[in-house]
Design a protein around this ligand. Structure first.
Ligand code: SF4
Length: 227
């Protein structure tokens, strides 16, 4: 499979934020989100066998733990990434799959925790989520919405209500988008949507969502790679 990078850091998002995690980032994406912070993964990388990828994960985290398979869009390489996830699960890792949900998810192994990143209007890639993937949801999965303004928030709020997501997954995450290519200050000044404003909206509408900040951008320089 084509791999952009494999590294160990702290998980920055989801309910696993703050935990040590090995990231396996696959090359290639079929979307072009306006605030994407991993455009470097669209091209390049190196071809690695399943044994090589699993071996690198084991070298970085020999005693098990958390592994996130991400991209780009990892499910574009479904033929290779499904056996990889099976192998990591068998080896005792807890595996997260970060995906836009644009590709079919029916072959994702049942023990993998899916983090579905449903694209909102201002991402520039609205309506790309395949709603048939809602049928694949399991109680341990999480659904994330990255929000840049009120329009995105209302889209996410209505999506959560329409599909009754709160009772179907472990967590619904509302996350303020970060400015693309932001660097320097390690605080929320780079958020396109003020977290305080988002918090007030969530409370006012009583939305069953968890406000989620990208922890890694508050720890390290927001422009840093491999952290
Ligand atoms: S799906 Fe992810 S990797 Fe692809 S363009 Fe959007 S944010 Fe970037």
């Amino acid at each position: 499979m084509q791999i952009s990078e494999i590294y160990k850091s702290l998980q920055g998002e989801s309910t696993y934020a703050g935990l040590p995690c090995v990231f396996v980032r696959l090359t290639g994406c079929n979307l072009r989100c306006s605030w994407c912070d991993s455009e470097f993964s669209f091209y390049g990388g190196q071809k690695m066998s399943l044994d090589e990828v699993a071996g690198e994960v084991e070298r970085l985290s020999p005693d098990g733990g958390l592994v996130e398979v991400t991209g780009g869009e990892p499910m574009l390489q479904e033929r290779e990434v499904v056996p990889l996830m099976d192998r990591l699960i068998e080896a005792g890792y807890k595996v997260l799959l970060e995906t836009s949900g644009e590709r079919p998810l029916g072959r994702v192994p049942g023990k993998v925790i899916k983090i579905l990143d449903v694209k909102c209007p201002n991402s520039g890639e609205p309506d790309t989520f395949d709603t048939e993937n809602l049928e694949m949801l399991q109680a341990h999965d999480e659904i994330k919405f990255v929000l840049s303004d009120r329009t995105d928030y209302e889209f996410a709020r209505d999506f959560v209500r329409r599909h009754r997501l709160a009772g179907r997954v472990h967590a619904v995450l509302f996350s303020p988008a970060f400015q693309k290519d932001s660097s320097g200050a390690r605080d929320t000044s780079h958020c396109l949507l003020d977290p305080q404003e988002l918090a007030q909206w969530i409370l006012a509408d009583d939305v069953p969502a968890r406000l989620s900040l990208q922890v890694h951008k508050l720890i390290w320089d927001p422009a840093a790679k491999g952290v």
